[in-house]
Design a binder for this molecule. Structure first.
Ligand SMILES: C[S@@+](CC[C@H](N)C(=O)[O-])C[C@H]1O[C@@H](n2cnc3c(N)ncnc32)[C@H](O)[C@@H]1O
Length: 461
């Protein structure tokens, strides 16, 4: 159904989208929860203790799983069906300064409280990327696609709940959490702290920037990172001028999109336009904005099979808890190494081998080098194999990389490190213990005159 968000504001354009209270599954069927997959808690309802009905101590609550009606021992008293029953906090749609619409609390919200579900169309990642490109092409500035799981995203651009209006903040009072509801993963907005009425709700988008316009962040936090997606890998690689030991960066040439310029009105403060009670409402509309939903940034895995890279200090940024992410749709450049404060040390094995006088020593070093190359190739191809899992983890750290995948990665990484160690120790051993091959007769004579044949001459290299 369609509803108008702003019946009172004459002359204002109002957002046009279809309001939904449940995710839309046009692209695939909603999963049917199998009986053996239903998780039944051990709560027992006690009339004298209302908290006994699936509160904080409920095993399902602890594991972010909603109880299944008909199976919960607390029956109708079960309090762990908030997504299913749309038990949202009272909120109101407002015009936020410089950032289009936003959502504010209209009642006291407790820390940890479920506020609203982020509903939209459940689509594949492939479709999300395609749509993001299309939205961008059509000049859609706002992004409404967020990550759902390794293979799917939620697009609230055309169909969504009021959660689609929650803006980003670098110091947010809300966060996204994923819950398992009747066999499907659903995304909820939860309070990170207690929130008083008339306070705007905001969560950290962990926006991943892949290219295109850079949007100035207007969250107003003291710790604001300046741009949406500024903490993401793509943004930093594109924007920062890295030099050894120099953390300064240049933003001079960034073409900036200031969302304030797109404001429909110039009213400086929020104005209420709609509330999110569960009544059915008509939607208003307009082509919605394009955005892309991709993964958040986290410490990247680096694979460098060509040069030896020695990090002098941590190049990756802090990979603190990341939640949902919305980003531009350009494809990520894989395998692009982070170069901040990195010193490259290249050991030319061909040169080393030429120094060695005996064939045995040369063969030993060359064999170790082969093993090292194989280990690097193995790690590379493993990266390709497990990339979807890693990328999902980077997008959303709530989806942890499966143990089997992590084990494979650790094993291959250790194998590569050991191969490198073996190569370098083999080089050192042979340089130290093998006669150096003379390069010309002058050097031979000088060597014969000056020292024993067995003496190591590292300086002649
Ligand atoms: C999910 S929508 C939020 C609702 C949006 N304000 C609206 O009117 O529909 C995300 C978009 O809102 C804008 N936005 C959200 N937070 C912002 C912020 N802190 N600074 C600037 N723009 C922001 C950006 O254009 C972003 O792509």
């Amino acid at each position: 159904m369609q509803f108008s968000c702003d019946p009172d504001q004459e002359g204002d354009e109002v957002p046009q989208y279809e309001h939904i209270y449940q995710n839309d599954f046009s692209y695939r069927k909603h999963k049917k929860q199998k009986e053996e997959d239903i998780s039944i808690c051990e709560c027992k309802f006690d009339f004298g203790d209302p908290d006994s009905a699936c509160g904080e101590r409920c095993l399902n609550v602890i594991t972010n799983t909603e109880c299944t009606p008909g199976y919960c021992p607390c029956g109708v008293y079960c309090k762990n069906q908030k997504f299913q029953k749309c038990e949202y906090a009272k909120t109101k749609l407002i015009k936020s300064e410089g950032r289009g619409y936003g959502l504010v609390a209209v009642e006291d919200i407790k820390e940890g409280q479920f506020i609203i579900e982020y509903c939209g169309e459940v689509i594949s990642w492939k479709e999300a990327k395609r749509r993001a490109q299309t939205y961008e092409t059509h000049g859609v500035k706002d992004a409404y696609i967020i990550s759902l799981n390794a293979s799917e995203a939620i697009d609230a651009t055309k169909k969504g709940s009021l959660a689609r209006f929650i803006n980003h903040s670098c110091k947010p009072n809300c966060e996204t959490r994923k819950w398992n509801v009747l066999g499907e993963v659903r995304v909820g907005i939860f309070a990170k702290e207690s929130i008083s009425p008339r306070t705007e709700l905001a969560y950290d988008y962990n926006f991943e920037w892949y290219g295109g316009t850079k949007v100035r962040c207007l969250c107003g936090a003291v710790s604001c990172s300046g741009f949406l997606g500024a903490k993401s890998r793509g943004f930093q690689e594109d924007t920062y001028v890295w030099e050894d030991g120099d953390d300064r960066y240049s933003v001079d040439k960034i073409p900036v999109y200031d969302s304030a310029e797109d404001e429909l009105t110039s009213e400086p403060t929020s104005k209420n336009v709609e509330s999110n009670t569960n009544e059915e409402k008509d939607i208003v509309k307009e082509e919605s904005t394009g955005m892309i939903v991709e993964q958040s940034d986290s410490a990247p895995m680096e694979v460098d099979a060509v040069t030896e890279t020695v990090k002098t200090e941590a190049a990756e940024e802090d990979s603190s808890q990341k939640t949902a992410v919305i980003s531009k749709s350009l494809p990520r450049k894989r395998g692009r190494p982070i170069t901040k404060n990195v010193v490259k040390k290249h050991v030319d094995i061909a040169n080393v081998v030429q120094l060695l006088a005996t064939k045995e020593a040369q063969d030993e070093v060359l064999k170790c080098e082969e093993v090292k190359k194989e280990a690097a190739v193995r790690l590379m191809s493993l990266y390709d194999e497990i990339r979807p899992a890693i990328e999902e983890h980077e997008r959303d750290s709530q989806d942890s990389v499966a143990t089997s995948v992590a084990e494979k990665w650790i094993q291959a990484s250790c194998y590569k490190l050991k191969a490198e160690f073996d190569l370098y120790s083999c080089v050192i051993k042979n340089i130290a213990c093998t006669p150096i091959k003379p390069r010309d007769s002058t050097k031979i004579k000088a060597a014969e005159a000056g020292s024993d044949n067995n003496q190591t001459k590292l300086s002649e290299s």
